[in-house]
Design a protein around this ligand. Sequence first.
Ligand code: FES
Ligand SMILES: [Fe+2]
Length: 384
Amino acid sequence: MAIRGEQPDHVLDPLHFAAVRRPLLQAESLPPWCYMSEAFYAREARAIFGRGWNFVGHADQLAGAGAYVTGVLAGVPFIVVRGADGIIRGFANTCRHRGALLMEGTGQASAIRCPYHSWTYDLTGRLRGAAGMEHTEGFSLAENGLVAFRAEVWAGLVFLCMDAQAEPLAAYLGDLPALLAPYAIDDMTLVRLKSWDLACNWKLYVENAMESYHVPTVHTKTIQRQARDINPPLFGQGQWCGLFTRHTGSRALEAGETGFPYIPSLQGDSAEGTHYILLYPTTMLALTFDCMWWLEVYPAGPLHCQVRSGACFPKAVRARSDFDTVVEKYYRRWDRSIVEDNDISEIQQRGLSSPFARAGRYSHLEPLVHSLANWVLDRMEIAP
Ligand code: FES
Ligand SMILES: [Fe+2]
C-alpha cells in the first residue's frame, strides 16, 4: 500500500527527527519535506544563516577602496565593501529611506548611492547626504546609517555574520586554521570564480559535495578515474567537519595529468592527500597538493540556491609565465565535475519533491550527510 509522505502540520516537532538522531548506520535521512517546506526554511534562515558565520567571497575580490560584492543569503541581501581605511565591512543591502536595494553585482564605488532617491552613504555605512529631507522633523543623518553586519577575514576568505551576539569567527573556526596551516592559504590568490543558479535545496547541494558514494555513478567519465580510499571523517573543535583522502597526484586534475608544482610547506597528512572541509553550513573547501577550490552556497528559498565556486593558487604559481595555459587543465576538470554535481542535485530535488518520497537510510560512505542533518537540527534547536 502506498503511503503519501506529505508534510505534517508541525514541521519542527522533534518527534519527526528521532530517526535522524540515531547513529549513522541506524539513522534515517531528514524527511523529504525538510527540503521543501517554507516553515522549515524560514527557521533555517533565522537560526542557521542569521546566527552563524557565512563565507561570502575572497578578499581579492575587494582589492581596493570601494570594491564591493553583493549577494543574497537566505533572503537577506548584503553588501561587503572595502573602506578607504582598508577595512572590509558588511551591510544590509537595503536603503534606510524606503528600503530600495542599494547595489547589485560587484564593482567599485566611492560611495553607496541609492538608485531610488539618491540618499548617499559612505563606505563605512554613514548616511552622508539625503537631499529633500531638510523639512522632515527630527530627522538626522546620524540615525540613518546602514544596518551593519560583522565581517571578518581568515586567510583571505571573507565571512559575514548578522548576529551581534554570535561568537567571533576565530571561535567558529576552532582548530580548522591549524589543520590547514600547511597549505599556506594566506599566500594564495584568487584566480577564478563562477556561479550557477540551481533548482535544489541548499542542503542537497552540500550533502552531495560531502560524500563520495555518488562518485562512481555521477562522475563515471571524470573524477571516478581518480583512485580513492576511505578514511574516517574528521571532526575537530569549531563548526566544521571534513574528509581526508590519501592518494598521489593533485585532486584538482583528472587522473594521470600533471600540473603545477606542489605547495612547498605541505607536511604530514597534507603532503599525502586531500582535505575536503565543510565549514557549516555551506562553505566547502577542497585543499590538495597544489591549490584550493571551494563552493559557496546561497539558499534562495526552499527549492533554490545559488552556488559560487572559486579557486586559489599560490601567488608564486600565479606569477608563472605558463600559468594561463596549464591552469586550463584544472578548469576543465572543475567545469566537468561541478556541472555533474549540479545536475544530480536538481534531479534529486525533483524526485524528492514527490509526495511519495520518504526518508532514506544511509550508507557508511555518507557520514557527513548525517552530520549535516544533525548539525542543522542542533542549530535550529530541535532537541534530540
Ligand atoms: S529608497 Fe533609497 S533613497 Fe529612497
Ligand atoms: Fe560529486
